[in-house]
Design a protein around this ligand. Structure first.
Ligand SMILES: [Fe+2]
Length: 315
């Protein structure tokens, strides 16, 4: 496979697993086009035109040094210059695939957070409330990533002539879909049963060994789950803490998340919302693995690094 084919596969898999479904994504892109058409010439010049076709601007190809057939990839959750050097040292790495965005993917992280409004709406939060609270948070995240050294890793890849891309939200969508299907199939009644169910997943089993397994952050094992929502697995990064009260009003009893800040945790506690934190690297690994399995089927060799717990489900 060529880099562009691998990249397109990631995007297509992400769309298939997306809460908004294909129709919702089409509308999202149409809306972007309408905004673009209203722009003046100067605004159009500055506009990132990839936004008209790619619903996941946090997932990009950053550098193609050599557009060769890809046989061996180095894949990690966070790729920094150290991992680029590692690829050089290994010697025959055709492509590095990062999970977390870097470069312009990171600069556009806030763009994918719109998805969270749709996920919240899917679980019963009125869209006006979801959009209103998410808008504040999206602006906050956009300002937050403004100060980082965006191109550091991309520059390293350019200097060392290494191919580099990432897949963030498409992989997180795969993890969310996987967990949603599991919860809907097994229907755990109590929060403790939900944690036990997660602990059966191989990525989480591995995480337990290093002390990073699934845990209850709000609630007790005996609490009943009520409606379980997968609102915190995909959609860029954490949403607004003000949403928890609204989620409870919408009938949500338990949230499964990858990670949670202390400010968010306190708000969830006040709202009597159970929170199960599945684990960050392990949850990211689950989504990445579901994508990597498709590459493995194409005879691409995978070298995991930087927090990726590689589990193959290709049989
Ligand atoms: Fe992550």
């Amino acid at each position: 496979m060529k880099i562009k084919e691998i990249y397109n596969l990631a995007i297509q898999m992400g769309i298939k697993a997306d809460f908004r479904e294909e129709q919702g994504i089409r509308k999202f892109l149409e809306n972007k086009r309408k905004q673009y058409e209203k722009m003046n010439e100067k605004e159009k010049q500055e506009f990132d035109k990839e936004a008209l076709e790619n619903p996941y601007l946090d997932s990009r190809i950053y550098h193609i040094a050599d557009d060769r057939d890809i046989k061996k990839v180095l894949v990690g959750v966070d790729i920094e210059p150290a991992e680029v050097l590692m690829a050089k040292e290994i010697g025959d790495i055709d492509l590095i695939i990062a999970h977390h965005p870097i470069g312009k993917g990171l600069a556009h992280l806030a763009d994918v957070m719109d998805l969270q409004s749709d996920v919240l709406n899917f679980y019963g939060v009125p869209i006006n409330i979801a959009e209103g609270l998410m808008r504040e948070r999206i602006e906050e995240v956009a300002r937050g990533v403004n100060s980082v050294n965006h191109q550091r890793t991309v520059d390293a890849a350019k200097i060392l002539k290494i191919n580099l891309m990432n897949s963030h939200t498409p992989c997180d969508n795969l993890a969310a879909k996987f967990l949603k299907n599991l919860v809907e199939e097994k229907k755990p009644e109590r929060v403790g049963e939900l944690v036990d169910l997660l602990k059966e997943i191989p990525e989480y089993k591995e995480a337990i060994k290093i002390g990073a397994g699934p845990e209850i952050f709000v609630g007790i094992p005996e609490n009943r789950c009520g409606k379980i929502a997968l609102t915190e697995i995909t959609g860029g990064t954490e949403g607004s803490p003000k949403l928890y009260g609204k989620m409870v009003n919408a009938g949500i009893g338990t949230v499964i998340g990858m990670h949670i800040s202390e400010e968010h945790r306190k708000e969830a506690e006040v709202a009597h919302l159970n929170v199960v934190i599945a684990g960050h690297m392990s949850s990211d690994s689950l989504g990445i693995n579901l994508f990597l399995d498709e590459l493995e089927k194409q005879d691409i060799e995978i070298i995991p690094c930087s927090g990726l717990i590689r589990i193959s489900r290709t049989g």
